[in-house]
Design a protein around this ligand. Structure first.
Ligand code: SF4
Length: 324
């Protein structure tokens, strides 16, 4: 019999479906809140955007950078960004080419331009101060539902419902007994996230905000997608997935990893790396010079055209450059 008290990774039998126990009743949210928030108080990473001295602008920049990129890669870029542009007004006034150069290899560089557009709107509409409500944040260009809720919560202590991939996974395992939450954020998951929020009356939403941050951290550090560390998890005794014997993910729940090699993203990234050097490059030299032997001429040209269309590159008389 598989040991249902240990995660599949810990048992070394991830490929073997475990014997599936009947799904238990989900735990009481209040019991989970207390354990996860206490664990966070002791084990949270000391990240600069979590420190009390971090400005709302610093929190906003971190949330945009972290959307598709791991913390380790974000840290140096975030520090450089805040050093150069400590306020929205500074970022709004910066040349787009410099914004993209500092973004470096964080990926999805349209985020950098959208962040600058948000900075401009903050200057125009809010006197240079990051607005403090989810609704006003959501109205900024390029700021989606998640980022608006996260900034309202983490920068302004507003008890908004914050749900990212890590939080969805913890909710799915602890409360729904599922291995993974699936690709799509469903209405049912949203309802569950709302129901799970701690009440805001007793402490003005402090526990609710801590719950958001703590659940996110638990998913990032302990309840990871591939190797959950149930042996040191603060809610192991309450976890529905563990109690059910770690049933494997259904086809619908499985997350498909994003390929990189050979994709247009890789080719676009290689083109941007050349442009970030700062010198105009003749289009043919730019396309021919890529060290990607598997990328066809058609793919190279298509990717350059898409960078031009996205405003991430520009044709000038001297050649292709970052937007001037
Ligand atoms: S919540 Fe804890 S016990 Fe449950 S799967 Fe994640 S790490 Fe394991």
């Amino acid at each position: 019999m598989p040991d249902a008290t240990r995660s599949p990774a810990a048992r070394g039998d991830a490929a073997e479906p475990a014997a599936v126990a009947e799904l238990p009743d989900p735990p009481a949210p209040a019991d989970v809140h207390a354990r996860v928030v206490d664990w966070f108080a002791e084990h949270a990473r000391d990240l600069p955007w979590r420190r009390p001295e971090c400005t709302p602008w610093g929190v906003l920049v971190s949330e945009v950078m972290l959307q598709q990129t791991p913390v380790a890669r974000v840290l140096p870029r975030w520090e450089e960004w805040l050093r150069r542009w400590p306020t929205p007004a500074d970022a709004a006034a910066a040349p787009a080419a410099e914004i993209l150069t500092v973004w470096d290899r964080l990926g999805y560089p349209r985020r950098a331009l959208r962040l600058q557009a948000a900075a401009e709107a903050i200057v125009d509409r809010h006197g240079g101060e990051v607005p403090d409500t989810r609704e006003e944040l959501r109205a900024l260009p390029g700021i989606g539902e998640y980022t608006a809720a996260a900034v309202a919560c983490f920068a302004f202590s507003r008890p908004e419902v914050v749900v990212d991939t890590n939080i969805r996974r913890v909710h799915a395992r602890v409360f729904s007994g599922a291995a993974l939450p699936g690709q799509t954020y469903t209405a049912a998951q949203r309802r569950l996230a709302v129901e799970l929020m701690p009440a805001t009356e007793p402490d003005g939403g402090r526990t609710a905000c801590a719950w958001n941050a703590a659940t996110m951290e638990l998913g990032a550090l302990i309840c990871t997608a591939r190797s959950p560390q149930c042996a040191i998890c603060p809610v192991a005794e309450l976890c529905s997935w563990r109690a059910a014997g770690f049933p494997p993910p259904t086809e619908e729940q499985k997350t498909r990893g994003q390929a990189w090699a050979g994709t247009d993203r890789q080719v676009r990234g290689a083109l941007m790396a050349v442009l970030r050097r700062g010198e105009p490059v003749e289009p043919e030299a730019l396309l021919d010079g890529l060290d990607l032997p598997e990328a066809s001429a058609d793919q190279r040209r298509r990717c350059l055209d898409s960078l031009l269309a996205d405003g991430l590159a520009q044709r000038t008389a001297a050649g292709v450059t970052l937007p001037q």
